[in-house]
Design a protein around this ligand. Sequence first.
Ligand SMILES: *Cc1c(COP(=O)(O)O)cnc(C)c1O
Length: 412
Amino acid sequence: MLNTFDPEIAESLNREVQRQEEGLEMIPSENFVSEAVLEALGSVATNKYAEGYPGKRYYGGCHEIDVMEQLAIDRAKALFGAEHVNVQPLSGAPANLAAYVALLDHGDTVLGMDLSHGGHLTHGHPLTHPAKVWNFVNYKTTPEGLIDYDDIEAKAREHKPKIILVGYSAYSRDIDYERIKKIADEVGALTMADIAHIAGLIAAGEMKNPVPIFDVITTTTHKTLRGPRGGMIMCKKKHRKAINRAVFPGLQGGPHENVIAAKAVAFKEAAMPEYKEYAKQIKKNAKALETEFRNLGYEMCFGGTENHLLLIDLTNKNVTGHQAEVALDKAAITVNKNTIPDDPRSPMDPSGIRLGTPAVTTRGMGEEEMTKIAKWMDRAIVGWENEAELEKIREEVKELTSKFPLYPGLKY
Ligand SMILES: *Cc1c(COP(=O)(O)O)cnc(C)c1O
């Protein structure tokens, strides 16, 4: 249908399928969803308006929509041990905004991680709108690379934040939620964890779970959790009303019910034994990459990885993050340039690159392939100006990815 009606879009989609099939996707926030998730996303549930929540809608005809949304809620509750779940946030940033709206008054203070130390834009970067409405104070990591819990404690006492926020997009270690909870209790703050990157590893029991002890937990559903592009909020029962009202009608209109159906499918997948194996392999693969990069003389930020991602400091290689990203792209290896803690360079051309294993692990790759990938990446980084070398790596990458087909037989 699409092929004949809109060949421009169909052909572009086909080229995108080819790019995903042939390249090595090493961006830690990306993944490949199952065909079941794709089917739910492309379903007729997209046609339905359903403002409100299951059993309490502002539109008729929501019977089946209620079934699907309730399944998504119940599965997420079981997966994370949550008291209350809202599956309507459109993505990670809107989920964080909804949490702030639910818990804060204008001018209240949030204590969150500095962006260059692994935090996220939505945790108070000056260019974001929340930074104009609320007062964000930052903590950092120590020179050894761990979250500076003493700094959090000191700043919590000094600034009396309403929320202490943990959860990161470039930090490669686990988090001591118990310690944060203790600090928060001492200063009368609420606890919020943004587990956007690591939700899948938490669901599989491969990383510590803040849900049983924190007030509010936000996440995306499309990173390690391997669901559709979207967001979700979990919280204690006492915050249920505030969270639900902040999402709708506070910030959003009609929920995207096709995406919610796809979230339900992804949560079912994440509860299966195969998914637990997948999460274990994500971590093993990240360790294998780290080991090989160390052999090749690369410096890891945060003292290495305990999750799915690595932040590599390229300073000793005399190549910038931007140069490495562009060279790797030519070699069909996709990563992103990233700032390192207190980066002396600019965010547009920082000192590091960030990479992760969720997507290549979904393809079935293991430690052996990670060693090969690290070697290719090293050749591309060292030879970033050598076009012939980058083309040669591209051909070798293509040969490997052809052995790990992604969507066999799928057109787009
Ligand atoms: C990815 C991410 C977000 C934002 O998610 P979007 O879906 O891109 O809006 C928020 N917080 C953290 C920690 C993230 O990693």
